[in-house]
Write a protein of this length. Structure first.
Length: 147
């Protein structure tokens, strides 16, 4: 792969089927943005032996995602009425995220003696529905993002 078409940035070797991978490419000093990456076939002496590949668009984005909102979906009332056993919250992120798990959230009582645990998480990649289950007691609570 070449920077500005002239300076090799990283080299690799294709296998007998023509497949290749690149690892260890540093992005240090490279600004966030979208870049086109091309592959070139070269001889053992470094001369080009064919045309460059089609462009592969790669986006470098080093800014971490942020929480846009945590909204209660069902039931929508803040207070957990006696007999309510589960509540669903929608957590919306500023950009796509993966690996969202129950350990990323906590049920936190705001008033009363309400308690529960984080259950099923569905959706993605920017909006996840987080179910709080096993609710006991009564009062107000919130879903806290902890990680």
């Amino acid at each position: 792969m070449y920077n500005a078409g002239t300076d090799p940035v990283i080299t690799t070797t294709a296998d007998g089927a023509g497949a290749w991978t690149v690892t260890g490419l540093s992005t240090s000093g490279v600004a966030d943005g979208t870049y086109n990456v091309y592959a070139f076939a070269t001889s053992a002496t470094g001369g080009l032996t064919g045309p460059r590949s089609s462009a592969l668009g790669v986006t470098l984005d080093t800014a971490p995602p942020t929480i846009v909102s945590v909204a209660r979906l069902t039931p929508s009332a803040q207070a957990a009425a006696s007999g309510t056993t589960s509540v669903v919250f929608r957590v919306t992120y500023s950009k796509a995220v993966t690996g969202v798990v129950a350990g990323n959230f906590q049920v936190e009582a705001v008033s009363g003696n309400v308690a529960g645990s984080v259950g099923t998480i569905t959706g993605g990649p920017t909006a996840y529905d987080v179910q709080v289950t096993g609710l006991t007691g009564a009062g107000e609570f919130r879903l806290k993002v902890v990680d």
